[in-house]
Design a protein around this ligand. Structure first.
Ligand code: ASP
Ligand code: MG
Length: 436
């Protein structure tokens, strides 16, 4: 069985939903994971915010716009009166649910319930549409099997067991539709896998059912070798290893949810990134081995803050680094890049929520310098230790750009450099010319 995930734009209008049928209507057994229609989750976030602020007139206004939008969608989606009425009735229930919060208080659990409606609506409407055109399918409720544990991580054991029970109910079915993003947490409340989490749903389900392949369908033809917004003539990367794809997803290639590679990697299930607007394009295949020993891609992550701690006490001392790391750990801030010398350590973070506190604690150990507005440029490929010449190529390309930090050898797949964000575009273009 394959798992196919379609993102917000792939179900973004009645027309896109009609087109989607062509991609899934064959005899191959599959689970189709859908995001909310594009714009929907953002609209629900706004509605939830209005309730949090107890701005009920604003909430009512937003819900009205939400309803009108969906009335148009269903009007275009369905051809028969029966289906249209069924969809209208379903939508009315959803709209009533959204309005119901005007009368009560609004908790975080309520917010999760509101955010869950986008995927519940897209999958139900699509399922009704399949019914209308006489394609048999089963709507699998993700809330019956998607579970997270007390650490907000997917509870794989539970998910495996529960999804198997669900699927067993329909032994002769080949086409299943389910919701991305939504789940229940360890307390049994409705929750979600964070923004962009539908990709994660797809790879979790893929791993849970030992799927033969996971396909992530978006509106781009795969992961590109550089940022198409900055560099001309980028091209889709034909193949990546799981580790290379994880580095790229984390460091900027927005096409994939960064943690979603893990479940697929654990079970060695190939992941294909495909384009709904251009279904015949090869896209990107992510699987076990890295193929072709060369530099595969460049990505950039903005909004980075670099911190340098310089201390005489570091010289020949042990335990200095662990003291520094503990400060970040205590302040729940993860570190991306690190470089050390005998008397100083530089590191980067992207979450500055607790920066003040961190700096205060670090200052007890030495002089601390902070550089904001930095960008990590990450060069991804297969750089095994016995291979030569890659670092030279990278730094030769960057010879006219001031570099703040360099990290090489941390993994076999990544060379990272930190530059001031004002040099980002220049660096991406220079690397494109020098490397590809
Ligand atoms: N609908 C959710 C979001 O917009 C999840 C997703 O699309 O992946 O973040
Ligand atoms: Mg998405």
């Amino acid at each position: 069985m394959k798992v196919l995930k379609f993102g917000g734009t792939s179900v973004g209008s009645a027309l896109r939903m009609h087109k989607l049928v062509e991609l899934i209507n064959n005899n191959e057994p599959k689970i189709v994971v859908l995001s909310a229609m594009s714009g929907t989750t953002n609209a629900l976030v706004e509605i939830a915010n209005a309730f949090h602020q107890r701005n009920f007139s604003r909430a009512t206004e937003l819900i009205k716009a939400f309803e009108n939008n969906y009335l148009n969608v269903i009007d275009e989606l369905f051809a028969t009166i029966t289906s249209l009425h069924k969809a209208e009735k379903f939508l009315e229930e959803k709209i009533d649910l959204l309005h119901s919060f005007s009368k009560k208080g609004f908790s975080n659990a309520d917010e999760c319930l509101v955010l869950a409606q986008g995927e519940l609506i897209s999958t139900t409407l699509f399922h009704y549409y399949l019914e209308e055109i006489k394609i048999e399918s089963v709507l699998l409720p993700a809330l019956e099997f998607m579970r997270t544990d007390a650490n907000e991580e997917p509870d794989m054991k539970q998910i495996e067991k529960l999804i198997e029970e669900e699927l067993k109910k329909y032994p002769s079915q080949k086409l299943f539709i389910t919701q991305g993003y939504i789940c229940k947490n360890a307390k049994g409340e409705i929750d979600n896998l964070k923004r962009g989490g539908s990709d994660y749903t797809a790879t979790i389900i893929g791993a849970a059912i030992d799927s033969s392949e996971i396909q992530i369908w978006t509106d781009i033809d795969g992961m590109h070798n550089n940022d198409p917004r900055v560099v001309k003539n980028t091209h889709p990367i034909a193949q990546l290893s799981f580790d290379e794809a994880a580095e790229l997803a984390y460091f900027g290639a927005k096409i994939l949810h960064p943690t979603c590679i893990l479940p697929a990697k654990d079970k060695k299930i190939p992941v294909r990134l495909l384009n709904t607007m251009q279904p015949e394009a090869a896209g990107t295949l992510i699987n076990k081995e890295s193929q072709g020993d060369n530099i595969k891609a460049v990505a950039a992550k903005d909004g980075i803050t670099a911190i340098k701690i310089k201390s005489g006490r570091m010289l020949l001392a042990y335990g200095f680094l662990s003291t520094v790391f503990e400060i970040f750990e205590r302040n729940k801030t993860s570190i991306d890049m690190i470089t050390t010398s005998e008397v100083a350590v530089s590191l980067t973070i992207d979450n500055t929520k607790n920066l003040e506190k961190i700096l205060e604690e670090l200052k007890e150990f030495g002089t601390v310098d902070v550089d904001e507005n930095q960008t990590i440029i990450c060069i991804v490929g297969d750089f095994e230790a016995d291979k030569q010449g890659y670092a030279v190529k990278v730094f030769d390309s960057l010879k006219n750009i001031p570099i703040r930090m360099i990290s090489y050898g941390g993994s076999e797949n990544n060379i990272s450099v930190l530059v001031n964000s004002e040099f980002k575009n220049q660096a991406l273009v220079a690397l494109n010319e020098g490397l590809f």
